[in-house]
Design a protein around this ligand. Structure first.
Ligand SMILES: Nc1ncnc2c1ncn2[C@@H]1O[C@H](COP(=O)(O)OP(=O)(O)O)[C@@H](O)[C@H]1O
Ligand SMILES: [Mg+2]
Length: 362
């Protein structure tokens, strides 16, 4: 019988999306084909401690796994090819492939991917440059612009400039945009630090709030549109899934609507759009994926204007939510790739990309 692949599933992490990761990873662990992979469950605490967890998956979501896990060291030195327990550096646990089921800064932004590169272990998803550009909305927007992809009007503001001369920054924004405007920290996810501002007071508050999270802030025109998402899968020849629509239960798809809306926010798959619009969105999703040189997976999010049907590319997520009811896997399920098969595909793509990079094709 073929030997099982040694798969490390990483979960948790230091970002504000730690809890989301616990949910995504539990789903991955419960649904992955155990005949094909032997699993190592590696949790990263909010403090950044790396731990091996050998217990039941149902203790991950509520955080109780932490008490049962043991500290490990995951060295960047490629001669290890894996990790060891802090209590016993003499035994090396070799890893064939890593699935970092984590979202947000220090997880989805190229930092952890850099460690995998140094250690020379294949991993699921985008590499360092695609992850970091995908995470930084100021950088990804500039790249999308250079590829001529349609986006909402935006500007990048430095927190420093806002602190030094608030009135000047407020007037600068008011000269360019009508209310409402969106204010976002450049490097975050899950709608953290995002505000929809209806007047100058709210604009000042929004900038203050976003300044807590980042030194760069995005100001963006409000698009009165349908929120549409497309899942992309592949390496050199990525494919786009059917589209999904989100109907947020709040004024916009804020943190509460995403995670605490009690299912009141709705996902509609496939999105009820005319075929020519759907085709165009899929086309742009693939262009965006290629523009950032993504690999493995990404979810590309759009607005479609309610009146004009104009398409606006909003953002790309290089490690989208991965619970069984998350948009990314659901879109593939609707497109003919069930959840378990999707994970096999992502792992194959990870190995393929690694071999391509290291030129080790047989
Ligand atoms: N320009 C915009 N026009 C209308 N709604 C927006 C705009 N930008 C963001 N939003 C709303 O805010 C939500 C979060 O913004 P997004 O840019 O997707 O950040 P995040 O990376 O946190 O998901 C979106 O899902 C949408 O509901
Ligand atoms: Mg978003």
């Amino acid at each position: 019988m073929k030997e099982k692949l040694k798969l490390a599933i990483l979960f948790g992490g230091q970002s504000g999306e730690h809890e989301v990761s616990l949910m995504s990873a539990t789903s991955v662990i419960n649904n992955i084909d155990k005949d094909k992979y032997s699993l190592y469950l590696i949790g990263i605490t909010k403090a950044g401690n790396w731990m091996l967890y050998d217990g039941k998956p149902n203790k991950i979501e509520d955080g109780s796994w932490e008490k049962l896990a043991v500290p490990i060291v995951f060295p960047p030195d490629p001669s290890y090819g894996g990790f060891f327990l802090l209590s016993d550096p003499s035994k090396i646990y070799k890893i064939d492939v890593i699935f970092p089921v984590m979202h947000g800064p220090h997880a989805e932004d190229g930092t952890i991917q850099g460690l995998f590169e140094l250690a020379q272990i294949p991993y699921v998803g985008c590499d360092v440059v695609a992850s970091s550009t995908g995470m930084d909305k100021a950088i990804s927007k500039a790249i999308f612009q250079s590829y001529g992809l349609p986006q909402a009007k935006y500007r990048v503001i430095l927190k420093r400039d806002f602190i030094e001369d608030r009135e000047k920054v407020l007037s600068y924004i008011e000269d360019i945009f009508d209310y409402p405007v969106f204010i976002k920290p450049a490097n975050l996810g899950s709608s953290v630090g995002i505000s929809k501002c209806y007047d100058r007071n709210q604009l000042a508050e929004g900038l203050e709030n976003a300044s807590k999270y980042d030194r760069k802030i995005i100001v963006e025109e409000f698009i009165d549109g349908y929120e549409i998402e497309c899942a992309v899968l592949g390496n050199n020849y990525p494919k786009a899934s059917v589209l999904g629509q989100i109907i947020p239960c709040n004024d916009f798809y804020d943190y509460e609507a995403k995670y605490f809306g009690d299912g009141k926010s709705k996902l509609i798959i496939p999105a009820p759009l005319p075929k020519d619009i759907s085709d165009e969105i899929q086309h742009i999703a693939i262009k965006a994926f290629k523009a950032l040189d993504c690999s493995g997976l990404a979810r590309v999010d759009f607005f479609v204007h309610r009146k004009t049907n104009d398409i606006y590319l909003n953002e790309i997520n290089t490690m989208p939510g991965f619970t069984k009811i998350s948009m990314y896997p659901k879109l593939w399920e609707e497109s003919g790739i069930p959840y378990t098969k999707l994970m096999d595909t992502l792992i194959e793509l990870a190995l393929d990309r690694f071999n391509e990079k290291h030129n080790t094709y047989a």
